[in-house]
Design a protein around this ligand. Structure first.
Ligand code: NAP
Ligand code: MG
Length: 499
């Protein structure tokens, strides 16, 4: 990229980077015309759209312009009860008795229908949640479809997944998902549950319910027997009603560690099975022998992907001292070229922050980082007047004990720390309450194996970052939760095994 006229404007410990590239991309907005959604959505229970007994609806907005997109029903405990009854009925009367290869056909059909409507799903995902269309189009929606394809394949092969064991479905699964990958999280949860013969009550996040509503339409059109999947929108109280419902056999939750702890307390003493996918503070480690330019791209992808709204974001960067100067310079140059703006523009690298509340959280951490005295660099890009936005930001010379190095920010903010030896960096990398993911960049294969063996993280990428595949399990250590989703491992939380 032709970069000229580099100028840094220094103000206290904040440096605004400034490049004049001399040119910019022409806008390339995705047309909204191929995406349609209703002004109002009810609850999807027993294969039908039903009015909420709560009589309440809430708005979902587009975080890029703060405009209302639709209003969505807010399920109360009585609505959740209705959904659980529908799921139980479908489980006992239809789904658990259906031959596995027949179940597989429905799951395949859902996968194909998502593919057919991929563009529509991608546009709605970007409008409702703020993520760049490039990501929703090329990552979220295709990967969601792939999860349905993958688990459809397992449905009639469980005897090979669990050799010499009998696997039995559990019953009704209550599933609660967050706002950062709304459609993908729904697929992660629903696909393995159906493949193993369970029925579902799913709650999408309050700020991103629309693709779940579209998924309900697909499920209805697929002819999936009524009540096998029920989708109830609502807030935290709706989630709590699912967790506390006595006729639910399994809870699958993805979200914050704070709510994960509440859930764990709520199910203690019951026989509900639980999987928790919670927060993270991934260490991304760059050794001096790493291919530096490739590592810079990996770091950018690791922390700025999806505005940093990624539980496994590489938000803690450890750089070996001898290459720190060069790497930081390259990273600063690179964040200046990132395009922040309209999520529906195909050039956009960083879209809108998902909600006002999340933006406030990120601002709080930027202030903490500055107040603690760390050097902050932010891109000089201009931000749209309306909507929720945050410039890509870097903190350097960060101490291991700094709050911005220990706590999850969930925004486009990178904390950079340095190290000298392998032992030192292992100790530092493992020194957080979390353990979801990590990255290692080095030219040496033996070093990769040595590091990955000693790091306490569920997923470790080597010379790459944020790669996902339905065949590969995902999940955490320590306060990042327990249980695995994806791959063969993702079947296990949905079955009871016997001899
Ligand atoms: P959150 O507040 O924990 O919300 C997650 C889901 O739980 C939402 O649907 C939420 O509803 C619901 N909820 C809120 N309070 C509840 C309660 N008391 N009982 C039951 N459900 C409740 O998390 P978030 O802020 O939406 O998401 C960001 C967090 O998720 C981050 O910490 C991130 O690391 C984590 N995350 C982890 C993974 C992973 O795989 N490990 C993946 C993605 C995100 P509302 O939408 O109405 O609040
Ligand atoms: Mg929204």
């Amino acid at each position: 990229m032709p970069v000229t006229n580099k100028k840094n404007i220094k103000k206290s410990n904040t440096i605004k980077l400034k490049f004049d590239t001399g040119w910019s991309y022409a806008p390339a907005p995705e047309s909204k015309s191929s995406a349609s959604f209703n002004k109002q959505y009810d609850l999807f229970i027993n294969g039908e759209w039903v009015n909420p007994l709560s009589h309440k609806y809430f708005d979902t907005i587009n975080p890029a312009n703060e405009e209302k997109l639709a209003e969505v029903a807010e399920a109360n405990a009585a609505d959740v009860d209705r959904a659980v009854k529908a799921a139980r009925n479908a489980y006992e009367k239809v789904w658990k008795k259906m031959p596995a290869k027949e179940r597989a056909k429905y799951i395949f059909r859902i996968a194909r229908m998502i593919q057919e409507r991929a563009r529509e799903f991608a546009i709605i995902e970007s409008m409702d949640g703020g993520k760049p269309i490039r990501e929703s189009r090329d990552f979220d929606i295709p990967t969601a479809a792939n999860h349905f394809f993958y688990y459809a394949g397992w449905a009639d092969k469980l005897e090979y997944a669990f050799p010499n064991r009998n696997s039995n479905s559990l019953g009704v699964a209550g599933q609660i998902i967050p706002w950062n990958f709304p459609m993908l999280m729904a697929a992660w949860k629903i696909a393995p549950a159906l493949a193993t013969g369970n029925t579902v009550v799913l709650k999408p996040a309050e700020t991103t319910p629309l693709t779940a509503m579209k998924l309900a339409e697909v499920i209805r059109e697929s002819g999936l027997p009524e009540g096998v999947v029920n989708i109830v929108s609502g807030g935290g109280a709706t989630g709590a009603a699912i967790v506390n419902h006595p006729d639910i056999n399994k809870i699958a939750f993805t979200g914050s560690t704070e709510v994960g702890k509440l859930i764990q307390r709520a199910v203690a003493g019951t026989n509900k099975k639980v999987t928790l996918e919670l927060g993270g503070k991934a260490a991304n480690i760059i050794f001096e022998d790493a291919p530096i330019d490739q590592a810079v791209e990996g770091v950018i992808n690791g922390v700025y992907f999806n505005q940093g709204h990624v539980c496994c974001a590489g938000s803690r960067l450890y750089v070996q001292e001898s290459v720190a100067k060069e790497l930081i310079r390259k990273l600063r140059d690179r964040i200046e070229t990132l395009i922040v703006g309209d999520p529906l523009d195909k050039n956009t690298d960083i879209g809108a922050i998902n909600s006002r509340q999340q933006l406030d959280t990120i601002h709080k951490y930027l202030k903490i980082g500055k107040d603690e005295g760390y050097q902050m660099y932010e891109s000089s890009c201009s931000l749209p007047a309306k909507g929720y936005w945050c410039r890509p930001t870097i903190f350097t010379d960060v101490a291991q004990s700094a709050r911005i190095a220990q706590e999850e920010i969930f925004g486009p903010v990178l904390a950079i720390l340095t190290f000298r030896t392998d032992d030192e960096v292992i100790q530092k990398a493992n020194n957080t309450p979390y353990g979801l993911s990590a990255g290692v960049w080095t030219d040496k294969g033996s070093k990769i194996f040595n590091m990955t063996k000693r790091m306490r993280a569920g997923v470790i990428w080597a010379n790459t970052f944020n790669k996902f595949d339905p065949t590969s399990p995902f999940g955490g250590y320590k306060e990042s939760g327990y249980g695995r989703e994806g791959g063969l491992h993702g079947l296990l939380p949905y079955v009871n095994l016997s001899n």
